[in-house]
Design a protein around this ligand. Structure first.
Ligand code: FAD
Length: 358
């Protein structure tokens, strides 16, 4: 069976290293570069995705959620969150891949052929694995996924925050959130995703933490889902960000990229591509539920109300990678969440389109 892979990110490389015999096409001249990602992964998800050894730079056990206006909630993380070395992850995965064609941008996949930007055509292939990430130039034909521009920068600062800080403040992001991650003592990665004006807002955030730039800004498209309904259509197999396989509440997709690449490889190796859709069906259902939560929490900014209502709360995050479960457990343990529930019902009752939107 002849197989091509578009994109040498975690999804494409994980596919190719498991499948063994595929042609990988990557538009850039090095794997894993340029960087775009904050690189945080829940420890549980990292284990389940079987990430390669030697790619963890730091670990976190605390998560602070704040609006930087006096309201905050603290989570102790039962399983630490890991800061990964990217591009180290891609380089490790690439070690097991025999054929990576660097500097080859794929512009079309038609009739089993790969068409590249230099005008050449390769193939025919039995299957083409679309692993192009959030760019979604090819995969957008297979379904819509919400995409927000994200931008971040590493800064030196005396702000004194520890671990991971998630900021819900509409002056920094109206549609999503901002983040401040302590990379090392006095060194932070600060960033945000929003529908517009990310440069101005990032400048504001850097100012807020008194940051002195320690590198250039970097970023890319942050996806919020939902996952595609079909992951295999004709000869095309979609994995990772290209398939909308991301956590809607955080945009995190590294572990799902690696996992989906592996599951697709196993299904194709068995000669049953439909097995890939079957093995991801439950996951996609959970991601759809999380996407509904994304619309309610961010679309209607219920997250701001929740933060004010649960201000000062300290909880244990049962599963960093399952935000819906973590928030639900935290809310159940706090009597004030009853008030939050009543507010939510009141909101839904006063907005007749709300239920329809979910
Ligand atoms: C600002 C930001 C912060 C993030 N932070 C986190 C985080 O902390 N934790 C987390 O889990 N996720 C995070 N993500 C998301 C995460 O980066 C992605 O989910 C993950 O990289 C998806 O892997 P992938 O292999 O599907 O795509 P990618 O990593 O994007 O890889 C796609 C590859 O395909 C190549 N490519 C694209 N188009 C073509 C083409 N036409 N021809 C050839 N090659 C092509 C690209 O060059 C790239 O190498 C973040 C994303 C952004 C933008």
């Amino acid at each position: 069976m002849r197989v091509a892979v578009v994109g040498a990110g975690p999804a494409g490389l994980s596919f190719a290293s498991r499948f063994g015999d595929a042609d990988v096409y990557e538009e850039h001249h090095e794997v894993g570069l340029p960087r775009h990602c904050t690189s945080l992964v829940g420890g549980g998800a990292a284990r389940r995705a079987q990430l390669p050894n030697g790619v963890v730079l730091n670990q976190y056990r605390e998560l602070l959620i704040t609006d930087l206006q006096g309201h905050s909630i603290r989570f102790k993380l039962r399983d630490p969150v890991l800061l990964l070395d990217r591009p180290g992850l891609e380089q490790k995965l690439a070690e097991g891949v025999p054929r990576i064609h660097l500097g080859r941008k794929v512009v079309d996949i038609r009739g089993g052929y790969i068409h590249t930007a230099d005008g050449s055509r390769r193939g025919p292939y039995d299957y083409i694995v679309v692993a192009e990430g959030a760019a979604r130039r090819i995969s957008r034909a297979y379904g819509h996924v919400v995409r927000l521009p994200g931008l971040q920068i590493d800064v030196r600062s005396d702000v004194g925050l520890h671990g991971i800080t998630v900021v819900y403040n509409q002056r920094l992001s109206r549609a999503y959130f901002a983040w401040i991650v302590e990379l090392d003592r006095g060194l932070y990665r600060v960033g945000l995703a929003d529908l517009c004006c990310t440069v101005e807002k990032l400048n504001k955030l850097v100012k807020l933490v008194g940051g002195r730039p320690a590198g250039k800004p970097f970023g890319g498209g942050v996806l919020a889902g939902p996952p595609l309904r079909r992951l295999v259509e004709g000869r095309a197999v979609l994995v990772g960000d290209a398939a909308g396989l991301v956590k809607p509440l955080s945009g995190g997709g590294i572990a799902l990229a690696v996992k989906s690449g592996r599951l697709a490889a196993e299904a194709l190796a068995e000669g049953r591509p439909e097995g890939y859709e079957e093995s991801t069906a439950a996951l996609r259902l959970r991601l759809r539920a999380a996407f509904a939560a994304f619309r309610a929490l961010y679309g209607w900014r219920l997250v701001d109300r929740l933060l004010r209502l649960l201000d000062g709360g300290e909880y244990v995050a049962v599963d960093y990678d399952d935000h819906v479960k973590t928030l639900a457990v935290a809310a159940l343990l706090d009597r004030r969440s009853l008030k939050a529930g009543v507010e939510l019902l009141r909101y839904l009752a006063s907005n007749r389109y709300a239920l329809h939107l979910i």
